[in-house]
Design a protein. Sequence first.
Lengths: 287, 310
Amino acid sequence: MAVSWRKDSVYRDGSLNYGRLALYAIMIFVAIVWGAPFIWMFVTSIKPDTEVFSYPPTWWPNEPTLEFYTRLFDSFPMLQWFRNSLIVATITTVLTLATNILAAYPLARMRFRGRKIVLLIILSTFLLPGEILLVPLFLGMIKFKLANTYFSIAVPAAANAFGVFLMTQFFLSIPVELEEAARLDGCSRLGLLWRIFIPLSKPVIATVAIFTFVRSWNDFFWPLIISNTDATRTVPVGLAVFVGRGLSMRFGVIMASAAAATIPAVIFFLLLQRYFVRGISTTGLQG
Amino acid sequence: MGRPYSNIPFWGWGTMTKRKTSPWNSIKNDLIAYAFMAPYLVLFIVFLLLPAVVGVYASFTKWGIIGEPKWRGLKNYTKLLDSELFIESLQNTLYFVVLAAIPLIVLGFLLALLVNQKLRGRNIARAIVFLPHVVSVAAVGIIFQWILERSSGLLNYYLGVLGVNPPINWLGDPDSAMPAIAITTIWWTVNGNMIIYLAGLQDIPEDLYEAAKIDGAGRWQELRYVTIPMLMPVNAFVIPLTVIACWRVFGQVFVMTRGGPQGSTFTVAQFIYETAFVNFNMGLASAAGVILMVITLSFTIVQLRAMKVI
Protein backbone atom coordinates (compact mmCIF):
# COMPACT_ATOMS: atom_id res chain seq x y z
CA MET A 1 0.00 0.00 0.00
CA ALA A 2 1.70 3.13 -1.16
CA VAL A 3 -0.25 5.73 0.74
CA SER A 4 -0.77 4.47 4.21
CA TRP A 5 -2.13 5.48 7.53
CA ARG A 6 0.64 6.91 9.54
CA LYS A 7 0.60 6.39 13.26
CA ASP A 8 3.24 8.94 14.13
CA SER A 9 2.35 12.12 12.34
CA VAL A 10 4.84 14.85 11.59
CA TYR A 11 3.16 16.98 14.18
CA ARG A 12 2.97 14.90 17.31
CA ASP A 13 0.85 17.41 19.14
CA GLY A 14 -2.47 15.58 19.23
CA SER A 15 -4.29 17.95 21.55
CA LEU A 16 -7.13 20.12 20.38
CA ASN A 17 -6.02 23.72 19.96
CA TYR A 18 -7.02 26.55 17.64
CA GLY A 19 -4.65 25.41 14.91
CA ARG A 20 -6.14 21.94 14.87
CA LEU A 21 -9.67 23.29 15.02
CA ALA A 22 -8.87 25.37 11.94
CA LEU A 23 -7.52 22.28 10.20
CA TYR A 24 -10.74 20.41 11.01
CA ALA A 25 -12.79 23.31 9.70
CA ILE A 26 -10.81 23.35 6.46
CA MET A 27 -11.13 19.59 6.11
CA ILE A 28 -14.89 19.70 6.58
CA PHE A 29 -15.15 22.55 4.06
CA VAL A 30 -13.11 20.51 1.56
CA ALA A 31 -15.31 17.45 2.09
CA ILE A 32 -18.43 19.56 1.51
CA VAL A 33 -17.09 21.18 -1.66
CA TRP A 34 -16.12 17.83 -3.15
CA GLY A 35 -19.14 15.90 -1.89
CA ALA A 36 -21.94 18.36 -2.53
CA PRO A 37 -22.06 18.06 -6.35
CA PHE A 38 -22.70 14.32 -6.03
CA ILE A 39 -25.45 14.82 -3.49
CA TRP A 40 -26.96 17.66 -5.50
CA MET A 41 -26.98 15.51 -8.63
CA PHE A 42 -28.72 12.68 -6.82
CA VAL A 43 -31.23 14.90 -5.02
CA THR A 44 -32.17 16.67 -8.25
CA SER A 45 -32.66 13.34 -9.99
CA ILE A 46 -35.27 12.17 -7.46
CA LYS A 47 -37.22 15.42 -7.36
CA PRO A 48 -40.58 15.79 -9.07
CA ASP A 49 -40.66 18.22 -12.03
CA THR A 50 -42.15 20.98 -9.91
CA GLU A 51 -39.34 21.01 -7.36
CA VAL A 52 -36.27 20.97 -9.60
CA PHE A 53 -36.05 24.73 -9.88
CA SER A 54 -37.28 25.49 -6.37
CA TYR A 55 -35.63 28.53 -4.88
CA PRO A 56 -33.86 28.56 -2.48
CA PRO A 57 -32.49 25.13 -3.40
CA THR A 58 -33.79 22.26 -1.29
CA TRP A 59 -31.54 19.39 -0.27
CA TRP A 60 -34.34 16.87 -0.08
CA PRO A 61 -37.51 16.67 -2.19
CA ASN A 62 -40.91 16.89 -0.50
CA GLU A 63 -42.06 14.06 -2.69
CA PRO A 64 -39.16 11.90 -3.86
CA THR A 65 -39.90 10.15 -7.13
CA LEU A 66 -38.11 8.03 -9.69
CA GLU A 67 -40.04 9.63 -12.52
CA PHE A 68 -36.95 11.13 -14.16
CA TYR A 69 -35.34 7.69 -14.26
CA THR A 70 -38.40 6.20 -15.94
CA ARG A 71 -38.33 9.02 -18.48
CA LEU A 72 -34.60 8.59 -19.00
CA PHE A 73 -34.79 4.87 -19.70
CA ASP A 74 -37.88 5.36 -21.88
CA SER A 75 -36.34 8.05 -24.08
CA PHE A 76 -32.74 6.89 -24.40
CA PRO A 77 -31.18 3.46 -24.99
CA MET A 78 -29.28 3.72 -21.70
CA LEU A 79 -29.15 -0.03 -21.17
CA GLN A 80 -27.64 -0.57 -24.60
CA TRP A 81 -25.04 2.13 -23.86
CA PHE A 82 -24.22 0.44 -20.57
CA ARG A 83 -23.83 -2.89 -22.31
CA ASN A 84 -21.51 -1.30 -24.87
CA SER A 85 -19.40 0.35 -22.18
CA LEU A 86 -19.14 -2.92 -20.31
CA ILE A 87 -18.06 -4.87 -23.40
CA VAL A 88 -15.55 -2.22 -24.48
CA ALA A 89 -14.01 -1.85 -21.03
CA THR A 90 -13.78 -5.62 -20.62
CA ILE A 91 -12.03 -6.10 -23.98
CA THR A 92 -9.54 -3.31 -23.23
CA THR A 93 -8.83 -4.61 -19.74
CA VAL A 94 -8.32 -8.27 -20.70
CA LEU A 95 -6.12 -7.32 -23.64
CA THR A 96 -4.09 -4.89 -21.53
CA LEU A 97 -3.49 -7.40 -18.75
CA ALA A 98 -2.50 -10.25 -21.03
CA THR A 99 -0.07 -8.22 -23.13
CA ASN A 100 1.36 -6.13 -20.30
CA ILE A 101 2.21 -9.05 -18.03
CA LEU A 102 4.03 -10.77 -20.87
CA ALA A 103 5.88 -7.59 -21.87
CA ALA A 104 6.87 -6.63 -18.34
CA TYR A 105 8.64 -9.91 -17.65
CA PRO A 106 11.60 -9.51 -20.04
CA LEU A 107 11.74 -5.76 -19.40
CA ALA A 108 12.26 -6.41 -15.70
CA ARG A 109 14.09 -9.70 -15.72
CA MET A 110 16.01 -10.41 -18.88
CA ARG A 111 19.11 -8.92 -20.45
CA PHE A 112 18.53 -8.46 -24.13
CA ARG A 113 19.63 -6.12 -26.86
CA GLY A 114 17.51 -3.01 -27.20
CA ARG A 115 16.00 -3.14 -23.71
CA LYS A 116 16.79 0.46 -22.88
CA ILE A 117 15.58 1.71 -26.25
CA VAL A 118 12.30 -0.21 -25.95
CA LEU A 119 11.79 1.18 -22.45
CA LEU A 120 12.65 4.71 -23.53
CA ILE A 121 10.28 4.65 -26.49
CA ILE A 122 7.44 3.16 -24.44
CA LEU A 123 7.88 5.64 -21.58
CA SER A 124 8.28 8.66 -23.84
CA THR A 125 4.69 8.17 -25.02
CA PHE A 126 3.54 9.47 -21.64
CA LEU A 127 4.54 12.90 -22.90
CA LEU A 128 2.78 12.49 -26.23
CA PRO A 129 -0.51 14.35 -26.50
CA GLY A 130 -2.94 11.75 -27.82
CA GLU A 131 -4.61 14.22 -30.20
CA ILE A 132 -1.89 13.56 -32.74
CA LEU A 133 -3.06 9.92 -32.94
CA LEU A 134 -6.74 10.58 -33.56
CA VAL A 135 -6.63 11.40 -37.25
CA PRO A 136 -4.46 8.44 -38.32
CA LEU A 137 -6.41 6.01 -36.10
CA PHE A 138 -9.69 7.32 -37.44
CA LEU A 139 -8.59 7.09 -41.08
CA GLY A 140 -7.18 3.61 -40.47
CA MET A 141 -10.39 2.37 -38.91
CA ILE A 142 -12.43 3.82 -41.79
CA LYS A 143 -10.08 2.28 -44.33
CA PHE A 144 -10.37 -1.18 -42.82
CA LYS A 145 -14.13 -0.73 -42.34
CA LEU A 146 -13.81 -1.04 -38.57
CA ALA A 147 -15.56 2.17 -37.51
CA ASN A 148 -18.53 1.54 -35.21
CA THR A 149 -17.19 -1.76 -33.95
CA TYR A 150 -16.25 -2.72 -30.41
CA PHE A 151 -12.80 -3.49 -31.80
CA SER A 152 -12.24 0.08 -32.94
CA ILE A 153 -13.26 1.56 -29.59
CA ALA A 154 -11.56 -0.96 -27.33
CA VAL A 155 -8.30 -2.11 -28.89
CA PRO A 156 -6.35 1.17 -29.41
CA ALA A 157 -6.77 1.92 -25.70
CA ALA A 158 -4.80 -1.24 -24.89
CA ALA A 159 -1.66 0.30 -26.41
CA ASN A 160 -1.36 2.63 -23.39
CA ALA A 161 1.96 2.12 -21.62
CA PHE A 162 0.76 2.76 -18.07
CA GLY A 163 0.36 -0.93 -17.20
CA VAL A 164 3.70 -1.97 -18.69
CA PHE A 165 5.41 0.69 -16.61
CA LEU A 166 3.65 -0.30 -13.39
CA MET A 167 4.17 -4.05 -13.85
CA THR A 168 7.81 -3.71 -14.86
CA GLN A 169 8.42 -1.69 -11.72
CA PHE A 170 6.74 -4.34 -9.63
CA PHE A 171 8.48 -7.31 -11.26
CA LEU A 172 11.81 -5.61 -10.54
CA SER A 173 11.00 -5.83 -6.84
CA ILE A 174 10.40 -9.60 -6.81
CA PRO A 175 13.45 -11.37 -5.29
CA VAL A 176 15.58 -12.96 -7.97
CA GLU A 177 16.34 -15.97 -5.72
CA LEU A 178 12.79 -17.25 -6.12
CA GLU A 179 13.21 -17.26 -9.85
CA GLU A 180 16.59 -18.94 -9.78
CA ALA A 181 15.38 -21.75 -7.54
CA ALA A 182 12.50 -22.43 -9.90
CA ARG A 183 14.80 -22.33 -12.93
CA LEU A 184 17.10 -24.90 -11.35
CA ASP A 185 14.05 -27.11 -10.96
CA GLY A 186 13.64 -26.88 -14.72
CA CYS A 187 10.80 -24.40 -14.88
CA SER A 188 10.39 -22.64 -18.26
CA ARG A 189 10.13 -18.87 -18.46
CA LEU A 190 6.39 -19.02 -19.13
CA GLY A 191 6.07 -21.39 -16.19
CA LEU A 192 7.99 -18.92 -14.03
CA LEU A 193 5.68 -16.12 -15.05
CA TRP A 194 2.62 -18.25 -14.36
CA ARG A 195 3.76 -19.88 -11.09
CA ILE A 196 5.83 -17.14 -9.47
CA PHE A 197 5.34 -13.70 -10.97
CA ILE A 198 1.59 -13.68 -11.47
CA PRO A 199 0.68 -15.04 -7.99
CA LEU A 200 3.08 -12.58 -6.35
CA SER A 201 1.79 -9.66 -8.41
CA LYS A 202 -1.91 -9.99 -7.69
CA PRO A 203 -2.18 -6.53 -6.11
CA VAL A 204 -0.46 -4.78 -8.99
CA ILE A 205 -2.44 -6.78 -11.53
CA ALA A 206 -5.62 -5.71 -9.76
CA THR A 207 -4.43 -2.11 -9.85
CA VAL A 208 -3.73 -2.19 -13.58
CA ALA A 209 -7.03 -3.99 -14.24
CA ILE A 210 -9.10 -1.49 -12.29
CA PHE A 211 -7.31 1.52 -13.72
CA THR A 212 -7.65 0.29 -17.26
CA PHE A 213 -11.30 -0.58 -16.76
CA VAL A 214 -12.19 2.82 -15.35
CA ARG A 215 -10.16 4.71 -17.93
CA SER A 216 -11.84 2.78 -20.69
CA TRP A 217 -15.28 3.18 -19.11
CA ASN A 218 -14.84 6.95 -18.94
CA ASP A 219 -12.91 7.51 -22.15
CA PHE A 220 -14.50 10.22 -24.20
CA PHE A 221 -12.67 11.75 -27.18
CA TRP A 222 -11.91 8.57 -29.13
CA PRO A 223 -15.30 6.82 -28.64
CA LEU A 224 -17.00 10.09 -29.58
CA ILE A 225 -15.24 10.08 -32.93
CA ILE A 226 -15.29 6.42 -33.80
CA SER A 227 -18.82 5.39 -32.87
CA ASN A 228 -21.97 7.04 -34.12
CA THR A 229 -24.59 4.33 -33.72
CA ASP A 230 -26.40 3.21 -30.60
CA ALA A 231 -25.18 -0.32 -31.28
CA THR A 232 -21.66 0.60 -30.13
CA ARG A 233 -22.00 4.00 -28.43
CA THR A 234 -20.71 4.07 -24.84
CA VAL A 235 -22.32 5.76 -21.82
CA PRO A 236 -20.20 8.96 -21.72
CA VAL A 237 -20.72 9.60 -25.42
CA GLY A 238 -24.44 8.93 -25.13
CA LEU A 239 -24.71 11.32 -22.20
CA ALA A 240 -22.77 14.11 -23.84
CA VAL A 241 -24.24 13.85 -27.32
CA PHE A 242 -27.90 13.17 -26.54
CA VAL A 243 -29.00 13.57 -22.98
CA GLY A 244 -27.05 16.66 -22.05
CA ARG A 245 -27.26 18.77 -25.19
CA GLY A 246 -28.39 22.31 -24.41
CA LEU A 247 -31.58 21.11 -22.78
CA SER A 248 -31.51 23.58 -19.94
CA MET A 249 -35.11 22.98 -18.93
CA ARG A 250 -34.68 19.26 -18.42
CA PHE A 251 -32.14 19.17 -15.64
CA GLY A 252 -34.09 16.45 -13.83
CA VAL A 253 -33.66 13.88 -16.60
CA ILE A 254 -30.10 15.04 -17.19
CA MET A 255 -29.20 14.56 -13.54
CA ALA A 256 -30.88 11.15 -13.60
CA SER A 257 -28.60 10.21 -16.49
CA ALA A 258 -25.53 11.54 -14.69
CA ALA A 259 -26.53 9.63 -11.56
CA ALA A 260 -27.15 6.44 -13.51
CA ALA A 261 -23.68 6.76 -15.03
CA THR A 262 -21.99 7.79 -11.80
CA ILE A 263 -23.48 5.56 -9.12
CA PRO A 264 -21.94 2.31 -10.46
CA ALA A 265 -18.55 4.05 -10.70
CA VAL A 266 -18.84 5.35 -7.15
CA ILE A 267 -19.72 1.93 -5.72
CA PHE A 268 -16.89 0.40 -7.72
CA PHE A 269 -14.53 3.02 -6.31
CA LEU A 270 -15.62 2.62 -2.69
CA LEU A 271 -14.99 -1.12 -2.92
CA LEU A 272 -11.62 -0.83 -4.62
CA GLN A 273 -10.29 2.53 -3.43
CA ARG A 274 -6.85 1.35 -2.39
CA TYR A 275 -6.01 0.06 -5.86
CA PHE A 276 -6.60 3.47 -7.40
CA VAL A 277 -4.46 5.12 -4.81
CA ARG A 278 -1.68 2.63 -5.36
CA GLY A 279 -1.78 3.01 -9.11
CA ILE A 280 -1.39 6.76 -8.96
CA SER A 281 1.06 6.99 -6.11
CA THR A 282 3.52 4.38 -7.34
CA THR A 283 3.77 5.68 -10.88
CA GLY A 284 2.82 9.33 -10.63
CA LEU A 285 0.53 8.74 -13.60
CA GLN A 286 -3.19 9.14 -13.53
CA GLY A 287 -4.04 6.41 -15.97
CA MET B 1 4.92 2.71 3.40
CA GLY B 2 6.00 5.19 0.82
CA ARG B 3 6.93 3.90 -2.56
CA PRO B 4 7.87 0.27 -1.97
CA TYR B 5 10.09 -0.14 -5.00
CA SER B 6 11.58 3.30 -5.27
CA ASN B 7 15.01 2.03 -4.29
CA ILE B 8 15.23 -0.19 -7.34
CA PRO B 9 16.92 1.43 -10.32
CA PHE B 10 14.40 1.31 -13.11
CA TRP B 11 16.99 1.75 -15.84
CA GLY B 12 19.52 -0.61 -14.38
CA TRP B 13 19.36 -4.35 -14.47
CA GLY B 14 17.83 -4.57 -11.05
CA THR B 15 19.12 -7.61 -9.24
CA MET B 16 20.13 -9.46 -12.37
CA THR B 17 23.61 -10.84 -12.60
CA LYS B 18 25.51 -11.06 -15.83
CA ARG B 19 26.08 -14.61 -17.02
CA LYS B 20 28.64 -15.77 -19.51
CA THR B 21 26.81 -17.10 -22.54
CA SER B 22 27.66 -18.37 -25.99
CA PRO B 23 26.64 -16.18 -28.96
CA TRP B 24 23.86 -18.62 -29.87
CA ASN B 25 22.45 -18.55 -26.35
CA SER B 26 22.55 -14.79 -26.40
CA ILE B 27 20.56 -14.62 -29.66
CA LYS B 28 18.11 -17.18 -28.34
CA ASN B 29 17.75 -15.10 -25.20
CA ASP B 30 16.98 -11.99 -27.27
CA LEU B 31 14.41 -13.91 -29.29
CA ILE B 32 12.67 -15.13 -26.15
CA ALA B 33 12.57 -11.60 -24.74
CA TYR B 34 11.04 -10.17 -27.91
CA ALA B 35 8.60 -13.07 -28.16
CA PHE B 36 7.28 -12.16 -24.71
CA MET B 37 6.96 -8.53 -25.67
CA ALA B 38 5.55 -9.20 -29.13
CA PRO B 39 1.81 -9.03 -28.35
CA TYR B 40 2.20 -5.70 -26.56
CA LEU B 41 4.67 -4.33 -29.10
CA VAL B 42 2.23 -5.12 -31.91
CA LEU B 43 -0.49 -3.12 -30.14
CA PHE B 44 1.98 -0.39 -29.28
CA ILE B 45 3.32 -0.05 -32.83
CA VAL B 46 -0.02 -0.35 -34.62
CA PHE B 47 -2.08 1.87 -32.35
CA LEU B 48 0.46 4.31 -30.92
CA LEU B 49 3.81 4.57 -32.67
CA LEU B 50 2.60 4.25 -36.25
CA PRO B 51 -0.33 6.67 -35.79
CA ALA B 52 2.06 9.17 -34.22
CA VAL B 53 4.38 8.98 -37.23
CA VAL B 54 1.48 9.08 -39.72
CA GLY B 55 0.06 12.02 -37.77
CA VAL B 56 3.23 14.02 -38.32
CA TYR B 57 3.30 12.99 -42.00
CA ALA B 58 -0.37 13.93 -42.44
CA SER B 59 0.38 17.42 -41.17
CA PHE B 60 2.32 18.05 -44.40
CA THR B 61 -0.48 16.84 -46.65
CA LYS B 62 -3.96 17.62 -47.82
CA TRP B 63 -5.99 14.63 -46.73
CA GLY B 64 -9.75 14.21 -46.78
CA ILE B 65 -11.77 11.39 -45.32
CA ILE B 66 -11.46 9.45 -48.59
CA GLY B 67 -8.76 9.49 -51.24
CA GLU B 68 -5.01 9.68 -51.02
CA PRO B 69 -2.99 12.32 -49.18
CA LYS B 70 -1.41 15.04 -51.34
CA TRP B 71 1.90 16.54 -50.23
CA ARG B 72 1.56 20.22 -49.40
CA GLY B 73 4.79 20.92 -47.59
CA LEU B 74 4.39 23.55 -44.91
CA LYS B 75 1.14 24.97 -46.30
CA ASN B 76 -0.97 23.61 -43.43
CA TYR B 77 1.31 25.31 -40.93
CA THR B 78 1.29 28.69 -42.68
CA LYS B 79 -2.48 28.41 -43.00
CA LEU B 80 -2.80 27.70 -39.28
CA LEU B 81 -0.61 30.60 -38.26
CA ASP B 82 -2.69 32.88 -40.50
CA SER B 83 -5.93 31.50 -39.10
CA GLU B 84 -7.49 33.79 -36.53
CA LEU B 85 -9.56 30.89 -35.20
CA PHE B 86 -6.48 28.76 -34.52
CA ILE B 87 -4.53 31.60 -32.90
CA GLU B 88 -7.56 32.30 -30.73
CA SER B 89 -7.78 28.64 -29.76
CA LEU B 90 -4.10 28.75 -28.74
CA GLN B 91 -4.69 31.87 -26.65
CA ASN B 92 -7.80 30.39 -25.04
CA THR B 93 -5.97 27.18 -24.21
CA LEU B 94 -3.01 29.06 -22.77
CA TYR B 95 -5.47 31.02 -20.63
CA PHE B 96 -7.02 27.76 -19.47
CA VAL B 97 -3.58 26.32 -18.65
CA VAL B 98 -2.85 29.34 -16.44
CA LEU B 99 -6.29 29.20 -14.80
CA ALA B 100 -6.30 25.47 -14.15
CA ALA B 101 -2.74 24.12 -13.98
CA ILE B 102 -1.50 26.41 -11.21
CA PRO B 103 -4.41 25.63 -8.84
CA LEU B 104 -4.23 21.94 -9.76
CA ILE B 105 -0.61 21.87 -8.63
CA VAL B 106 -0.81 24.21 -5.64
CA LEU B 107 -4.15 22.95 -4.38
CA GLY B 108 -3.09 19.36 -4.98
CA PHE B 109 -0.12 19.99 -2.72
CA LEU B 110 -2.15 21.81 -0.06
CA LEU B 111 -4.82 19.10 -0.01
CA ALA B 112 -2.11 16.48 0.38
CA LEU B 113 -0.68 18.43 3.34
CA LEU B 114 -4.15 18.64 4.84
CA VAL B 115 -5.10 14.98 4.57
CA ASN B 116 -1.62 13.99 5.77
CA GLN B 117 -2.31 15.66 9.12
CA LYS B 118 -3.25 13.52 12.07
CA LEU B 119 -6.93 14.35 11.94
CA ARG B 120 -9.92 12.15 12.64
CA GLY B 121 -11.83 11.39 9.47
CA ARG B 122 -9.00 12.27 7.12
CA ASN B 123 -9.47 8.96 5.28
CA ILE B 124 -13.07 9.92 4.60
CA ALA B 125 -11.96 13.35 3.37
CA ARG B 126 -9.39 11.70 1.08
CA ALA B 127 -12.03 9.36 -0.31
CA ILE B 128 -14.49 12.19 -0.97
CA VAL B 129 -11.91 14.34 -2.74
CA PHE B 130 -10.81 11.32 -4.73
CA LEU B 131 -14.32 10.30 -5.78
CA PRO B 132 -14.60 12.53 -8.90
CA HIS B 133 -11.61 10.66 -10.33
CA VAL B 134 -13.83 7.73 -11.31
CA VAL B 135 -16.57 9.85 -12.88
CA SER B 136 -16.67 10.33 -16.63
CA VAL B 137 -16.11 13.80 -18.02
CA ALA B 138 -19.54 13.64 -19.60
CA ALA B 139 -21.21 13.26 -16.21
CA VAL B 140 -18.93 15.86 -14.60
CA GLY B 141 -19.73 18.32 -17.38
CA ILE B 142 -23.47 17.99 -17.09
CA ILE B 143 -23.44 18.07 -13.29
CA PHE B 144 -21.52 21.36 -13.40
CA GLN B 145 -23.77 22.78 -16.10
CA TRP B 146 -26.54 22.42 -13.55
CA ILE B 147 -24.50 23.71 -10.60
CA LEU B 148 -23.29 26.73 -12.61
CA GLU B 149 -26.74 27.49 -14.02
CA ARG B 150 -27.48 31.19 -13.82
CA SER B 151 -30.80 31.51 -12.05
CA SER B 152 -31.31 28.22 -10.19
CA GLY B 153 -27.75 26.98 -9.95
CA LEU B 154 -26.30 25.97 -6.63
CA LEU B 155 -23.12 28.05 -6.89
CA ASN B 156 -24.88 31.32 -7.62
CA TYR B 157 -27.31 30.73 -4.79
CA TYR B 158 -24.58 30.27 -2.20
CA LEU B 159 -22.52 33.11 -3.68
CA GLY B 160 -25.66 35.21 -3.28
CA VAL B 161 -25.88 34.17 0.36
CA LEU B 162 -22.30 35.40 0.72
CA GLY B 163 -23.28 38.69 -0.88
CA VAL B 164 -22.18 38.21 -4.50
CA ASN B 165 -24.81 39.99 -6.57
CA PRO B 166 -26.03 39.99 -9.30
CA PRO B 167 -25.78 36.26 -10.18
CA ILE B 168 -22.93 35.36 -12.52
CA ASN B 169 -23.88 33.95 -15.90
CA TRP B 170 -21.05 31.42 -15.61
CA LEU B 171 -21.30 29.55 -18.88
CA GLY B 172 -23.11 32.26 -20.81
CA ASP B 173 -20.67 35.12 -20.37
CA PRO B 174 -17.41 35.09 -22.38
CA ASP B 175 -15.53 36.47 -19.36
CA SER B 176 -16.58 33.78 -16.90
CA ALA B 177 -16.94 30.71 -19.15
CA MET B 178 -13.27 29.71 -19.08
CA PRO B 179 -12.95 30.21 -15.30
CA ALA B 180 -16.07 28.03 -14.95
CA ILE B 181 -14.46 25.30 -17.04
CA ALA B 182 -11.32 25.64 -14.91
CA ILE B 183 -13.32 25.29 -11.67
CA THR B 184 -14.96 22.15 -13.03
CA THR B 185 -11.59 20.75 -14.07
CA ILE B 186 -10.03 21.45 -10.69
CA TRP B 187 -12.89 19.75 -8.87
CA TRP B 188 -12.64 16.79 -11.21
CA THR B 189 -8.88 16.15 -11.36
CA VAL B 190 -7.04 17.77 -8.44
CA ASN B 191 -7.28 14.44 -6.58
CA GLY B 192 -4.64 12.79 -8.77
CA ASN B 193 -2.05 15.38 -7.81
CA MET B 194 -3.17 15.17 -4.19
CA ILE B 195 -2.45 11.43 -4.11
CA ILE B 196 0.95 11.85 -5.78
CA TYR B 197 1.98 14.58 -3.33
CA LEU B 198 0.64 12.51 -0.45
CA ALA B 199 2.85 9.59 -1.48
CA GLY B 200 5.74 12.05 -1.76
CA LEU B 201 5.05 13.43 1.74
CA GLN B 202 4.98 9.94 3.20
CA ASP B 203 8.31 9.16 1.53
CA ILE B 204 10.11 11.95 3.40
CA PRO B 205 12.20 10.34 6.15
CA GLU B 206 11.01 11.19 9.63
CA ASP B 207 14.60 11.90 10.77
CA LEU B 208 14.71 15.04 8.64
CA TYR B 209 11.87 16.51 10.67
CA GLU B 210 13.52 15.38 13.90
CA ALA B 211 16.75 17.07 12.83
CA ALA B 212 14.90 20.24 11.87
CA LYS B 213 13.18 20.24 15.24
CA ILE B 214 16.49 19.91 17.07
CA ASP B 215 17.75 22.88 15.09
CA GLY B 216 14.77 24.80 16.41
CA ALA B 217 12.70 24.92 13.22
CA GLY B 218 9.05 25.84 13.52
CA ARG B 219 6.34 24.42 11.30
CA TRP B 220 6.84 27.01 8.58
CA GLN B 221 10.56 26.40 8.50
CA GLU B 222 9.94 22.67 8.32
CA LEU B 223 7.67 23.24 5.36
CA ARG B 224 10.09 25.64 3.71
CA TYR B 225 13.37 23.81 4.32
CA VAL B 226 12.35 20.14 4.55
CA THR B 227 9.01 19.36 2.94
CA ILE B 228 9.15 21.53 -0.18
CA PRO B 229 12.77 20.71 -1.16
CA MET B 230 12.12 17.02 -0.58
CA LEU B 231 9.13 17.15 -2.94
CA MET B 232 11.15 18.52 -5.86
CA PRO B 233 11.41 15.12 -7.58
CA VAL B 234 7.63 14.82 -7.29
CA ASN B 235 7.21 18.26 -8.87
CA ALA B 236 9.40 17.13 -11.73
CA PHE B 237 6.63 14.91 -13.00
CA VAL B 238 3.51 16.46 -11.49
CA ILE B 239 4.10 19.80 -13.19
CA PRO B 240 4.68 18.59 -16.77
CA LEU B 241 1.90 16.00 -16.65
CA THR B 242 -0.58 18.53 -15.26
CA VAL B 243 0.36 21.14 -17.83
CA ILE B 244 0.14 18.63 -20.68
CA ALA B 245 -3.29 17.49 -19.49
CA CYS B 246 -4.46 21.13 -19.38
CA TRP B 247 -3.23 21.84 -22.91
CA ARG B 248 -5.31 18.87 -24.05
CA VAL B 249 -8.56 20.03 -22.42
CA PHE B 250 -11.48 18.71 -24.46
CA GLY B 251 -14.32 16.83 -22.81
CA GLN B 252 -15.32 19.51 -20.31
CA VAL B 253 -15.50 22.12 -23.06
CA PHE B 254 -17.28 19.82 -25.48
CA VAL B 255 -19.96 18.99 -22.94
CA MET B 256 -20.37 22.36 -21.22
CA THR B 257 -19.93 25.05 -23.84
CA ARG B 258 -18.93 23.53 -27.20
CA GLY B 259 -16.35 26.30 -27.41
CA GLY B 260 -18.78 29.15 -26.79
CA PRO B 261 -19.95 31.71 -25.84
CA GLN B 262 -18.46 33.73 -28.70
CA GLY B 263 -15.61 31.29 -29.02
CA SER B 264 -14.30 32.18 -25.57
CA THR B 265 -13.71 28.54 -24.61
CA PHE B 266 -12.69 27.28 -28.04
CA THR B 267 -9.51 25.30 -27.32
CA VAL B 268 -6.90 23.63 -29.50
CA ALA B 269 -8.50 20.20 -28.98
CA GLN B 270 -11.85 21.68 -30.08
CA PHE B 271 -10.12 23.07 -33.15
CA ILE B 272 -8.68 19.64 -33.94
CA TYR B 273 -12.05 17.97 -33.37
CA GLU B 274 -13.96 20.34 -35.62
CA THR B 275 -11.31 20.51 -38.32
CA ALA B 276 -10.86 16.76 -38.52
CA PHE B 277 -14.22 15.28 -37.66
CA VAL B 278 -16.72 17.95 -38.65
CA ASN B 279 -14.97 19.47 -41.68
CA PHE B 280 -12.84 16.41 -42.49
CA ASN B 281 -9.71 18.43 -43.14
CA MET B 282 -7.33 15.79 -41.82
CA GLY B 283 -4.08 17.46 -42.86
CA LEU B 284 -4.85 20.76 -41.20
CA ALA B 285 -6.05 19.03 -38.02
CA SER B 286 -2.86 16.98 -37.90
CA ALA B 287 -0.76 20.13 -38.20
CA ALA B 288 -2.66 21.56 -35.23
CA GLY B 289 -1.94 18.31 -33.37
CA VAL B 290 1.77 18.61 -34.15
CA ILE B 291 1.82 22.21 -32.92
CA LEU B 292 0.13 21.07 -29.71
CA MET B 293 2.77 18.37 -29.32
CA VAL B 294 5.62 20.83 -29.93
CA ILE B 295 4.19 23.21 -27.32
CA THR B 296 3.80 20.57 -24.63
CA LEU B 297 7.17 18.96 -25.34
CA SER B 298 9.06 22.25 -25.31
CA PHE B 299 7.35 23.22 -22.09
CA THR B 300 8.33 19.93 -20.52
CA ILE B 301 11.93 20.24 -21.65
CA VAL B 302 12.26 23.85 -20.48
CA GLN B 303 10.72 22.99 -17.13
CA LEU B 304 12.82 19.90 -16.52
CA ARG B 305 15.94 21.89 -17.51
CA ALA B 306 15.01 24.64 -15.10
CA MET B 307 14.62 22.05 -12.37
CA LYS B 308 17.96 20.51 -13.42
CA VAL B 309 16.37 17.10 -13.95
CA ILE B 310 17.83 16.86 -17.46
